[in-house]
Design a protein around this ligand. Structure first.
Ligand SMILES: [Zn+2]
Length: 213
């Protein structure tokens, strides 16, 4: 099973690794800095042994990397590198999206269980709700609280809730522990300037988008 260094240090942009299995374009490694799509957070852009990562997929507690035309063999020693600029945007937007969700649920408990989708890309985060009114009516209160959290420069703690099952959480002062296996910024100040945008996606669904300025 792969050792996920992106949880120990989400700011690590490279590591050495050993290839533990090869099956066509798919490989596994003993440790990694490259995140695999889960919890709505997109995979990292990067290379393993100089070969581009086309996709990274979670399989149980392991990660399968699909590489472009590689020539790697089992037991090869490789370097894994990720695009840290891209990752840091994912971290900022993941933390921002999760905090916005907590603000919304705290102020509007009736929306609990109404979340029907979420995604974090390097350009924006989004959350979809089943709701029958315009979500932009909530923006002033979300912006006020979000900016307060950012300006307070709060430490954001991530850790294991369950070591064996690899269940993670994040927490900031004033909010409950939130289960999440994503990568997060260390301090809310890093989130920086964020713009909220509404999208009416139809079918009684409302989308809030968080965009890095
Ligand atoms: Zn999350």
């Amino acid at each position: 099973m792969v050792n996920k260094l992106f949880w120990q240090d989400p700011y690590l942009d490279h590591c050495d690794a050993i290839v533990t299995s090869v099956s066509g374009n798919n490989i596994t490694v003993d440790q990694t800095v490259a995140y695999a799509f889960s919890g709505g957070q997109e995979s990292d852009m990067g290379t393993i042994g100089g070969f581009n990562i086309i996709s990274a997929t979670k399989r149980g507690l392991d990660i399968i990397y699909t590489l472009e035309n590689h020539s790697l063999k089992e037991d090869d020693h490789v370097e894994i590198k990720i695009d840290m600029k891209n990752r840091h945007r994912l971290m900022r937007l993941h933390s921002c999206g999760d905090i916005c969700l907590q603000i919304i649920l705290k102020n509007h408990p009736e929306l609990n269980g109404k979340r029907v989708g979420a995604n974090v890309s390097p350009s924006k985060a989004r959350i979809d709700f089943n709701m029958d009114y315009n979500i932009s009516s909530l923006f002033p209160e979300i912006e006020t609280e979000l900016n307060k959290i950012i300006n307070q420069k709060l430490p954001l703690v991530t850790a294991f809730e369950d070591d064996e099952k690899q269940i993670r959480y994040w927490e900031i002062a004033g909010y409950p522990k939130t289960r999440c296996g994503g990568t997060h910024v260390k301090n809310t100040a890093e989130i920086g300037k964020i713009r909220l945008k509404r999208k009416n996606i139809g079918g009684g669904k409302e989308r809030i988008e968080m965009i890095i300025e």
